[in-house]
Structures are given as structure tokens and as C-alpha cells.
Write a protein that binds this ligand. Structure first.
Ligand code: NOJ
Ligand code: CA
Length: 538
């Protein structure tokens, strides 16, 4: 590969959510051979790396973020040989592959947890997880007041009366990272995938592994993001000891030639604090959730871009930019809702008002064009290159996110961004497979977004993504730096190298500066830049 060890500083990393990408055997669930069969589409898009959400052995209580064997592929998704073939196919096309690693918790069906249950209180096996005695006369009350991110208590009682901690679903017991045994196991897991050739890891809940001594009571602020890290003081997020884990892992990665990466899902604010995760001896980059949560508003965007470049630049790391992933409302729908619902609430049949798809797509493309002009590394979530909206009309019985189940339907959760993506207009399941089965129902008209219907159509969202990524690379925007230019309040204007970027976040058209248009997120005419539109000019 032509890339240097620092490839990640400028990379466009495409998130594949395996169960919804492409299904090779028609069972309605996407799989690894499905991904391999579609690698040309990703290569053609012009991305540098693929991040695969979990495909390891799992009872799928949280769509694979509940791992029962860290070193094998779930039969739903294929085999280790299928993984090797995917990796080979990606590498042959110059794309790297980053694997999702879930170290905060395992599945309750993991043999390590099953052994802990069988071995009983006080055993070495129990010490792998966070077991505690309950409060109350007979230990009938949970050890503290912590709540699960998905709703309900964060503790579950087992038959012998002990309680175990689960910051997420009761099927996801938290490891005890105070135990060296756990560190040993995860070093082995890293090596297992690195030996197979994986280019790195996206680390799930990278802010959560270490809990404060004594597990003190804590009541979360209900107004803050449910994945956690907006809460500065939570005794289960962002504890100092977690950094030692990544310093250790970084050393393991360095043994493999220096081009493997650690990407943290470290949902901690402010960004200056998140930057602690990417100090030079820790991870390589973190998802910029501060940016993802910023509304489509010029002043707010300018402030978060400055804050991001200062925070990450201050520790020598690139900023990343991200608008969508498998946990949030797809950004074209989200940006059409002002204000957006809190993370985890999702949207569904009861949501009022509904996002306007036309406004959403226009704004979503404008937001993407702005994001891809910024220096650093950018993330694209499968389907955003097709302009997919959040699916808001999933019937209750189809929903599978534990958030929906654990809040008794109060929060719709994340299924609406996880619907299998369309490939071919008019084909069964819109080309997701050939059987027509789909683990979440695709809405009517879904195939209108199909890749084959957009390929070669200049004004399509797919061709917009493709050409924007090409220009981003050709003009070196990812390695550049930015200078803001004077502009009207609802407009963002900046220079990156020889490119001028102008984004109109308002609704009224503004005059377009002189120059040749390299990229336009929507139609521009008569020297005017319409609302919700971004252009790149030289
Ligand atoms: C963050 C993942 O992105 C999310 O999908 C998952 O539910 C939680 N971590 C728990 O693993
Ligand atoms: Ca399948």
C-alpha cells in the first residue's frame, strides 16, 4: 500500500454495519461474504478504510455489542475464513479494515461470565466482572443507584443473591478492569486480530472501562446524551485509570509496524478532555461527538471546528469529523429537526413534527460538504452516501434495539438508522439480498435510493459524495489548515489551501464569491448561493 504509517490522520473511514450492508445467503441479515462481494462499490466511492461494527460470536442482544467469543465470527455473519477473505479483498483494493472491539463488557453468555456464575461468590472467576453484595437487610437492594444507559437499573441479581453491574443491557455484564486477568485477555484478543492482519480497532465505550473506587451513587443529568460522556463527574465514565489501558494497548500495536490504529469511542466532553484519549502514547483518534451534536448553525459550527482543532491539535492528534453512525438519527433527518431529539430517543410514528425529507437531504448534503472540507479524518456511515433518511415508521413489533425494549417503548432507540441499505432499484429487498428478507423492514420507496439508480447520475447524492471525496483528496484538504473569511452571520466561509469553502446555513440566498465551483452540495445559479447549500471554489 502506498500509504504511510500516518494514513489515519487524513483517512476517510467508512462504517459498515454488517447486519445491514449486504446479505449473501438471503436470511435477511447482512454478512461478511456480502460485504466482500460489494467491496468494489466502496473502493469506487474513494474511501481509505472500513470500520466493521461487531461480527464476533454473540447472542445479538445488542446487535453484536454483546460478545460471547472475541476471537471468532458469529455464524450469522460467516466464518474466520470469510473475515480473511474480506480483509484480503479490502487490502487488494488499497482499503484498510478496522475491527470493533468491545472491552467494557462481554455477553452474559460468554463462557467467562458463565464460569463466574458457576464458581460462586468470592471466586477468582467472579472477580473478572463487577459482582457486589446488595444493600438492605437481605441484600435485596442494588449495590448503588446507577442506571443503565438503555434504561432501568444498572444491576441484576443472580440466583445466589449477588448483583452484577451492567452499564448497558443486563445481557452485557461489565468487566472489572481492576483485575489484571482482564488486561491479559484483552492483550491476547488484540494480538489475535492484529496477527490476522486487521489494521486496528474501534474501541467501544473507551471512556467506560474503569469505575471509581467504592462505586459511589450517582444520578445522571437526564438532559444529557445517554451514551454518557457529557457528564463530567459520572463515576463510570472517564476515570483516570482508563488511560493506562490504552498506553498498554498502544505498545502492543507498535509491535506490528506502527501503522495499526486505535480509535476511541470516548464520549467525554468537553473536547479538551476527550483529547486526553489521543495523547501521543494512547489512541490515534476519537470520534468527534461534539461536532456530531452541533446543530446546522454557522456560529455553533465555527465554534466547534475551532474547539476541535485546538483540542486535538494541542496533543498532536488530527481532529475527526462525523455526522452519522449506527447510534444516532441519520444526519439528513436529524438536521431537519430543530432542536433534534436527544441521543437514544430516536424518531418513530409518534414523533411530531416529522423531519421534512427534502429540507433534510439538502441540509445533510450541505453539512457533508462542509465536513469533508475540514482538515483531519472523516467518518461516513453506510447509506449516507445514498442520502438515506432515518426510517421513522418502523412498526413497534419490528424494533430490536434494547433501548426500545428497556424503556417500554418511550424511546424509539436506534433501529431507524440500521435498516438494510438499498443496492438495486426494483430488486428483492432492494438488492440487499436476493430473497427479499430483511431483519428490519425496508420502507416503501427505499429502492428509490438504490446505488444503481444513482450511479452515473451527476446530481445524485452518491455522485456528490464520490466527487467531493475525489476533490478532497486531490486538493489535499485533509492535510491542510483553515482560515476563516469574513461572512454574513448565517454563512461559514473559509479557506483551506487554495480552496474557498462557503456554507449557507440560513434559508435566504447569499451572493456567491467569484471562482470556479469544484463542489456544490446542491444547485447554484445566477451568482447566488441558496440556503442550506455548501460550495467549494477555486
Ligand atoms: C456503543 C455502541 O456504538 C452502541 O451501539 C452499543 O450499544 C454500546 N456502545 C454498548 O456496547
Ligand atoms: Ca446473511
Amino acid at each position: 500500500m502506498a500509504n504511510t504509517n500516518d494514513w489515519w490522520r487524513t483517512a476517510v473511514i467508512y462504517q459498515v454495519y454488517p447486519r445491514s450492508f449486504a446479505d449473501s445467503n438471503g436470511d435477511g441479515i447482512g454478512d461478511l461474504p456480502g460485504i466482500t462481494s460489494r467491496l468494489d462499490a466502496l473502493s469506487e466511492l474513494g474511501i481509505d478504510a472500513i470500520w466493521l461494527s461487531p461480527f464476533m460470536t454473540s447472542p445479538q442482544k445488542d446487535a453484536g455489542y454483546d460478545v460471547a467469543d472475541y476471537c471468532d465470527v458469529d455464524p450469522l455473519f460467516g466464518t474466520l475464513a470469510d473475515f480473511d477473505a474480506l480483509l484480503e479483498g479490502a487490502h487488494a483494493r488499497g482499503m484498510r479494515v478496522v475491527v470493533d472491539l468491545v472491552p467494557n463488557h462481554s455477553s452474559s453468555e460468554h463462557p467467562w461470565f458463565q464460569e463466574a456464575l458457576a464458581a460462586g461468590p468470592g471466586s477468582a472467576e467472579r472477580a473478572r466482572y463487577v459482582f457486589r453484595d446488595g444493600k438492605g437487610e437481605n441484600g435485596e437492594l442494588p449495590p448503588n443507584n446507577w442506571l443503565s444507559v438503555f434504561g432501568g437499573p444498572a444491576w441484576t441479581r443472580v440466583a445466589d443473591g449477588s448483583w452484577y453491574l451492567h452499564i448497558f443491557d443486563s445481557s452485557q455484564p461489565d468487566f472489572d478492569w481492576a483485575n489484571p486477568w482482564v488486561h491479559e485477555r484483552f492483550r491476547e484478543i488484540l494480538r489475535f486480530w492484529l496477527d490476522r492482519g486487521a489494521d486496528g480497532f474501534r474501541v467501544d465505550v473507551a471512556h467506560g472501562l474503569v469505575k471509581a473506587d467504592g462505586l459511589p451513587d450517582y444520578t445522571p443529568n437526564p438532559d444529557l446524551a445517554s451514551m454518557g460522556g457529557d457528564e463530567e463527574l459520572a463515576p463510570y465514565w472517564g476515570q483516570e485509570g482508563v488511560h493506562e489501558v490504552y498506553r498498554d494497548w498502544r505498545k502492543v500495536l507498535e509491535e506490528y509496524g506502527g501503522d495499526r490504529v486505535l480509535i476511541g469511542e470516548a464520549w467525554v466532553m468537553p473536547l479538551a478532555r476527550m483529547a486526553d484519549w489521543v495523547r501521543s502514547d494512547e489512541m490515534h483518534q476519537t470520534f468527534n461527538f461534539g461536532y456530531l451534536e452541533t446543530p446546522w448553525d454557522a456560529a455553533a459550527l465555527r465554534a466547534i471546528v475551532d474547539e476541535s482543532l485546538a483540542a486535538f491539535g494541542g496533543v498532536g492528534a488530527p481532529s475527526t469529523w462525523v455526522l452519522s453512525n449506527h447510534d444516532v438519527i441519520r444526519h439528513p433527518s436529524r438536521l431537519a429537526l430543530v432542536p433534534p431529539p436527544p441521543q437514544g430517543e430516536g424518531i418513530g410514528p409518534r414523533t411530531q413534527p416529522k423531519p421534512d425529507h427534502e429540507v433534510g437531504l439538502r441540509r445533510g448534503r450541505a453539512a457533508t460538504a462542509f465536513m469533508l472540507a475540514l482538515p483531519g479524518s472523516a467518518y461516513v456511515y453506510q447509506g449516507e452516501e445514498l442520502g438515506l433518511p432515518e426510517v421513522a415508521d418502523l412498526p413497534d413489533e419490528a424494533r430490536q434495539d434494547p433501548t426500545f425494549l428497556r424503556t417500554e417503548g418511550r424511546n424509539y432507540g436506534r433501529d431507524g438508522c440500521r435498516v438494510p441499505i438499498p443496492w438495486e432499484a426494483g430488486a428483492p429487498a432492494a438488492g440487499f439480498n436476493t430473497s427479499g428478507a430483511s431483519w428490519l423492514p425496508q420502507p416503501a420507496g427505499w429502492d428509490g435510493f438504490a446505488r444503481d439508480a444513482q450511479r452515473g447520475v451527476p446530481e445524485s447524492t452518491l455522485e456528490f459524495y464520490r466527487s467531493t471525496l475525489t476533490v478532497r483528496r486531490d486538493r489535499g484538504l485533509a492535510v491542510g489548515s483553515i482560515d476563516w473569511l469574513p461572512s454574513e452571520p448565517q454563512v461559514l466561509a473559509l479557506r483551506n489551501g487554495d480552496v474557498t469553502i462557503v456554507a449557507n446555513t440560513g434559508s435566504a440566498p447569499v451572493p456567491l464569491p467569484d471562482g470556479d465551483v469544484l463542489v456544490a452540495s446542491g444547485p447554484v445559479a445566477d451568482g447566488m448561493l441558496p440556503g442550506d447549500t455548501t460550495v467549494w471554489l477555486v
